[in-house]
Ligand binder design. Structure first.
Ligand SMILES: Cc1cc2nc3c(=O)[nH]c(=O)nc-3n(C[C@H](O)[C@H](O)[C@H](O)COP(=O)(O)O)c2cc1C
Length: 324
């Protein structure tokens, strides 16, 4: 049975960032945000022996496992793995423009072949997990609403309930994946228009949401919002989400957040790199003046695996600075 879950506020999938460890920190900071894994290629998911470290979920629900692939058989297997790992959702990436991903025939280039994407979605679907899609508005320099509508129309035939839209095109050659997050212009109107055409599908708006006020305002017009870089740069913004977006009366104490996170990572030391364990927390210094000295001390402590000293230092830092 699939559970009813709010996707009003989602943290976007981000390779290299939304690791199992980051998701634990995000969950400590916000009970209600809907989380995503990084994109995992279906080949790695199905065949890699060390997949556990990448996809471990550890009850950070609600959470989606995002996959990249277009091999039907692998997608069906990936969906079963997502269920075994207690994910609430399996999401197909049809938005990544990188050359490597294009070579593997997945990501944004799949928008060229809506029938294939429909078949991929059908391969992911079963009655135990929600199968969803994350796509762009289209491909190339020119925005074309008809193309977007025809694409969604084909996918809608699968009975899909939730689609995340990074509301800009992907440009598949000549610009980097990073530039593909800024150069193609955003167009939120296309997402409004598609919702009118397919009112039964939940469309989650993604792209360029850079403050909680903006997210809150957009929620007046859209089913949900998905936020990437704002959270990557400063996860402590999530501290306000349950209050501001979900109207809950809660107060999180920065020291408790740090303590809880260290309680979680300490037993993993030795099994996982200290950098991977600590990196979700290290963006704590984002745009805080005079944090250089802390950063350099932490680097020294990391070399010697001095986890208790790092915890003490971070506690001192949060006592001296307001976060989020
Ligand atoms: C470092 C980084 C890695 C990303 N990795 C993925 C990914 O694995 N899967 C995906 O669908 N999108 C990925 N994205 C795109 C984001 O999910 C999101 O669509 C994009 O950043 C726009 O949202 P924003 O303006 O809120 O950042 C990535 C973005 C960044 C910054």
């Amino acid at each position: 049975m699939k559970k009813e879950i709010s996707r009003k506020f989602c943290v976007a999938p981000m390779m290299g960032y939304t690791t199992p460890y980051a998701r634990k920190l995000y969950r400590i900071l916000s009970k209600n945000s809907f989380l995503f894994s990084e994109m995992i290629a279906t080949k790695s998911l199905v065949y890699s022996k060390s997949k556990h470290n990448i996809i471990d979920n550890d009850f950070n629900n609600p959470v989606a496992l995002q996959v990249g692939g277009s091999e039907i058989d692998e997608l069906t297997k990936a969906s079963k793995i997502a269920i075994d790992y207690n994910y609430d959702e399996i999401n197909l990436n049809v938005g990544c423009p990188s050359k490597a991903v294009q070579k593997g025939s997945f990501g944004a280039c799949l928008m060229r072949d809506k029938i294939l994407v429909r078949n991929c979605m059908e391969a992911l679907q079963n009655d135990k997990i929600e199968a969803t899609l994350k796509c762009r508005l289209g491909l190339g320099k020119d925005l074309n609403y008809e193309f977007f509508e025809e694409f969604i129309d084909e996918i809608s035939k699968t009975g899909i309930k939730i689609i995340y839209v990074h509301a800009r095109n992907a440009i598949l050659s000549g610009i980097s994946p990073q530039a593909n997050r800024t150069i193609p212009p955003l167009n939120y109107e296309f997402v409004k228009k598609i919702k009118i055409k397919f009112p039964k599908i939940t469309f989650i708006l993604n792209g360029g949401i850079d403050s909680l006020d903006k997210a809150d305002n957009l929620l007046k017009e859209f089913d949900g919002v998905m936020v990437g870089r704002m959270i990557k740069n400063n996860p402590f913004i999530l501290k306000e989400v349950d209050k501001k977006i979900f109207k809950e009366k809660i107060k999180l104490v920065d020291e408790t957040i740090i303590n809880n996170y260290f309680d979680y990572i300490k037993p993993k030391l030795g099994l996982e790199s200290i950098f991977r364990l600590l990196s979700p927390l290290l963006s704590i210094f984002f745009s805080v003046p005079h944090s250089k000295i802390y950063k350099s001390k932490i680097n020294d402590y990391m070399k010697d695996q001095q986890i208790n000293l790092i915890e003490e230092l971070l506690l001192k830092f949060v006592n001296e600075n307001k976060l989020g």
